[in-house]
Write a protein that binds this ligand. Sequence first.
Ligand code: ATP
Length: 322
Amino acid sequence: MTSSVQVNIPENAIEAHNIVKRFDGELAVDGIDLKIKKGSIFGILGPNGAGKTTTLRMLLGIIDPDEGERFLLGSDDPISKAHQVGYLPEERGLYQSMKAYDAIAFMGALRGLPLAEGRKRGRQMMENHGLGDAIDKQIRQLSKGMAQTVQLLGTIVHEPDLIILDEPFSGLDALNQGKLERLIRGQADKGVTVIFSTHVIAHAERLCEEIAIVANGKIPFTGKVSTARDRLRPQVHLETRDLDGPWRSAIPTDCQPLGHNWHFTLPESGVEPLLRALIEGDAGIQSLSIERPGLHDAFVHIAGEAVAKKMDEDTAMEGEAA
Ligand SMILES: Nc1ncnc2c1ncn2[C@@H]1O[C@H](COP(=O)(O)OP(=O)(O)OP(=O)(O)O)[C@@H](O)[C@H]1O
C-alpha cells in the first residue's frame, strides 16, 4: 500500500511545483507551477497541443508527472480525493442506450454516490436545467448539446468540492455555452472550485478571476486576469479641433495625427495630466476614449503572436465544425 502525504494548504485546491511530463522523450509539460485558490473559477488558457489536458490529468492523478509534485485538495495522492472531485474529460462519451437520468446516476455512482440518490438528483437536475422532457430518453435520442449537458450534470451530481472541466465549451452552440457559463458561476457561488481549460479567451475573460496561460508546455503567466491586462498600458484615441498648440506637449512626440485623430499609448503620468493639458491648452477635444486592453491583447503580449494566432485558428476551426 502506498502512503500519501497530506499537507495543510487550506487556501489552495491545487498546488503544482515544477511538474514535467514527457511522451516518448518529447516534453509535453515543461516544469509547470500552479496555485489555485479554493472557491475560485480558474481558467487554463492555451492553443491545442499546449499541454492543458496533460496538466489536468497530472493534477487529477490519472497520470503521474515524471518530475515535480502536485497536491490536490491537500493530498499528493489525487486519486484518494476522487469522491470530492468531478471531472469532465475532453473525450465525451455516455452509454448510448442509457436513459439520461440513469447516465447521471451512473456517473455519480462511480464517485461514490448511491444509485438511488443519483437517480433522484439526476431527475431534479435535468428539470432545473431545462431538460425535463429528456429525463426518460435514451442518450442516443438527445442532441449533441443535450448529451453534453447530461454528461456535465453527471460530473457534478455527487456535489464535489472541486470540478475540473477539459474544454467544456467545445462543441456547444452559443445558447448552451451561455447556460454552461451560468452553471459554472452557480457552482462557484456555492463555494465549489471550478477549473476549466479552454482555447477561447472570451470564456476565460468572462468567468475567471485568475488564469494560467499555457504555451508550449510552459506557463508564461499565472495570476489575475486584471494583472495580465495591466501588463499593457491603455490606448488613447483622441480627435482634436486644432493640430497644434501648447497642449501638443502632452502627446507622445512620436505620435503623428491621422487627419485630426491621434492614437497613442497613455503616458505613464496617467489620465489626469493628459486631460488637464488638453483642456488648459485648448486642444478643442472633439472625441476622446481611453481603452484598457482586453485579455486577448494581453495574451498576445504574454504568449506571443504565433501562439495567439494558433489559438485564434483553433477557435475559428471549431466554429466551422460546430
Ligand atoms: N498519451 C500521449 N502520448 C503521446 N503524446 C501525447 C499524449 N498526450 C499528449 N501528447 C502530446 O503532448 C502535447 C500536449 O498535449 P495536450 O493534449 O496536453 O495539449 P492540450 O493543450 O490539451 O491540447 P488539446 O486541446 O488539443 O488536447 C501534444 O504535443 C500531444 O501530442
